[in-house]
Design a protein around this ligand. Structure first.
Ligand code: ZN
Length: 294
């Protein structure tokens, strides 16, 4: 099988997995891969990513001119072109709307807390690119701020974007982001995120070299301040640990609102805040929480 045939088949497979895992609905999402120094192989617009065939793909140059294919290239082609322009090392770009990560993107909550050791070692943090109208040239402009320092980001009120040294590595980063978002959501519903301390974060960063992980930028020295121009390091929210590797995080807002509905937190000092729930109200709260976990 030629390299091109293999890549066409690989895009079909990645699209099938994204659709099967619910990362895209209907015709959402798009995938591209470098075919040569100045050629890209890309999904076409208006097709469901779960049911593509290899012959559907388009070949374009890096300026977005279609060179081959019966269909028009993805409506988000401009965003893909921007990534390849900014990142010589990027061989593939994946865009999808995985529901939990996209929920964070809608809530305006970046996935930048020091929570999971493996995510810190690989992706570092996942920021949110500012809201931009999909398929316009606003979107590449929003992505430009973060793409030099990040292999994955959320797109405000839209979805997520990942890049990789090959197609499957870009796709697996999308899986990691959605998995990370799901775990973060569960921890927040449970009421607490114990954070990895800054010292431990730096130790984990040291492992990148050991394992040959090519992160596009280092973790920022501190977690305060947002650059206005393109960022050149990864902001990770990690508290000083004073020797501890894990630092108890604040109770989550989810629990605060849960408490607001009547449940008392352990250690709540204010006895007067107690509100009794009927069995039916309590069942409803539990059902809502379980639904949110799914
Ligand atoms: Zn999209």
């Amino acid at each position: 099988m030629s390299v091109e045939s293999q890549l066409r088949a690989d895009i079909v497979e990645v699209g099938r997995r994204m659709y099967a895992r619910g990362y895209t609905a209907s015709n959402d999402g798009n995938i591209s891969v470098r075919l040569g120094p100045d050629r890209l192989l890309m999904t076409p617009k208006s097709v469901c990513k779960g049911f593509m065939t290899p012959d559907m793909m388009c070949i374009t140059d890096l300026d977005g001119r279609k060179l081959q294919g019966d269909r028009d290239p993805s409506s988000e082609m401009l965003m893909h072109l921007e990534v390849y322009r900014q990142r010589n090392d990027a061989q593939a770009v994946v865009h999808a709307h995985p529901p939990t990560a996209t929920g964070f993107a809608v809530a305006g909550i970046p996935l930048d807390r020091a929570v999971l050791a493996e995510v810190l070692t690989t992706l570092g943090s996942i920021p949110i690119a500012e809201y931009a109208t999909p398929s316009t040239k606003e979107l590449p402009e929003a992505v430009r701020k973060y793409i030099k320092a990040h292999d994955g980001m959320l797109l405000a009120n839209h979805g997520a974007l990942t890049v990789g040294a090959d197609l499957f590595s870009a796709y697996y980063k999308m899986e990691t982001i959605e998995h990370f978002a799901h775990i973060s959501l569960v921890a927040r519903i449970l009421g607490r995120e114990n954070l990895i301390s800054r010292d431990e974060v730096l130790r984990l960063q040291g492992l990148r070299g050991t394992y040959g992980i090519k992160a596009p930028a280092p973790i920022c020295a501190s977690d305060d301040g947002q650059a206005t121009g393109p960022v050149d390091c990864q902001v990770v929210r990690a508290p000083e640990g004073e020797g501890a590797r894990l630092v108890a995080g604040p109770p989550s807002q989810a629990l605060e609102s849960f408490a607001g509905l009547g449940a008392r937190r352990p250690g709540d000092e204010d006895e007067a805040a107690e509100i009794r729930l009927t069995y039916r109200e309590l069942s409803q709260l539990i059902e809502d929480a379980i639904r949110a976990l799914r």
